[in-house]
Design a protein around this ligand. Structure first.
Ligand SMILES: [Zn+2]
Ligand SMILES: [Zn+2]
Length: 291
């Protein structure tokens, strides 16, 4: 995983996408065609279709945005609920065939599938229950999920993410719509720096951590020199540097005029990540930088 800011200098194109979308093939309100036209209107380049226990393959006539077949798997295990967004699967994972996270990981390893732990806060699954047998975790977690926020105000799983990072798990954060109705669309997305506009290039960039998440603010660059991190961004009210335990630093302004900030991560801290908050309260999340 390459999350040390290198992507800002890498060659490639920025692509906007949603990693968690339901259609009428499960419990979503929109057909794949309607999903495409709605997301196109919002300037998206790609959308992963993640119907429940079903791999939806879109009509080939749909060209923009790129609709990429994927799947969401859900089950209960030892009294807790688990939802996993499975990106990059080439065939449908049979409904009801998974009874433990370890089974999902074993198949993901065999087939090269990237797993994101979906909305753990909404599931009521505490962070230590997101560490599985052998100390395994999903390589990604949803830091923001729009439908969980809209429905019951449990959309933000940033505490889960920090708990896992603090205990040494190198996990990427995703903002996603988990689209069920039209009102979920364009609530949270990822900006991926990919080599080209193909599903393989997008997945490879995701695996490498070459992306950030947002509800609005734009990260222009992150530069790391030693333990100093410098960020440049669209104008925001607040820039938060978040790290282990009680460390960290928050810089705020009375007007949306912050366009850069720098912070030196104290010795002994193992990671730092950055959050931006704009004048509308919309957030952007960098991926963690590890030390
Ligand atoms: Zn779910
Ligand atoms: Zn979902």
């Amino acid at each position: 995983m390459k999350t040390n800011g290198n992507m800002w200098n890498d060659k490639g194109i920025w692509l906007k996408g949603n990693t968690h979308t339901h259609t009428t093939h499960s419990d979503g309100a929109c057909t794949p065609g309607e999903i495409a036209s709605e997301y196109k209107r919002h300037g998206y380049d790609f959308v992963f279709l993640t119907d429940h226990e079903k791999r939806t393959v879109p009509d080939e006539a749909i060209r923009k945005p790129l609709l990429i077949p994927a799947e969401e798997i859900a089950f209960s295990y030892k009294g807790y609920d688990y939802h996993f967004v499975c990106l990059g699967l080439k065939k449908e994972w049979a409904s009801g065939s998974f009874h433990s996270p370890m089974q999902v990981f074993a198949r993901a390893r065999r087939e090269g599938v990237f797993i994101v732990q979906a909305h753990p806060y909404w599931c009521g699954t505490p962070s230590h229950k997101c560490v599985y047998q052998g100390g395994l975790t999903c390589p990604g977690v949803e830091v923001y999920n729009k439908v969980c926020d809209r429905g019951i105000a449990k959309g933000y799983s940033s505490v889960h993410w920090d708990d896992l990072l603090d205990t040494g798990h190198r996990i990427l954060g995703f903002a996603a719509d988990d689209t069920h109705s039209r009102s979920d669309i364009a609530g949270g997305w990822i900006m991926v720096k990919a080599r080209n506009r193909t599903p393989d290039a997008i997945l490879s960039a995701i695996r490498n951590g070459s992306f950030y998440s947002s509800q609005g603010p734009e990260i222009k660059a992150i530069v790391i020199r030693g333990r100093e991190i410098k960020i440049t961004c669209s104008p925001v009210m607040r820039i938060n540097f978040i790290t282990n335990r009680a460390g960290g630093c928050s810089i705020s302004a009375a007007t949306p005029r912050l366009k850069e900030a720098a912070w030196t991560v104290p010795k002994g801290n193992t990671y730092a990540r950055i959050e931006l908050v704009n004048v509308f309260g919309k957030v952007a999340w960098s991926n963690p930088i590890f030390f």
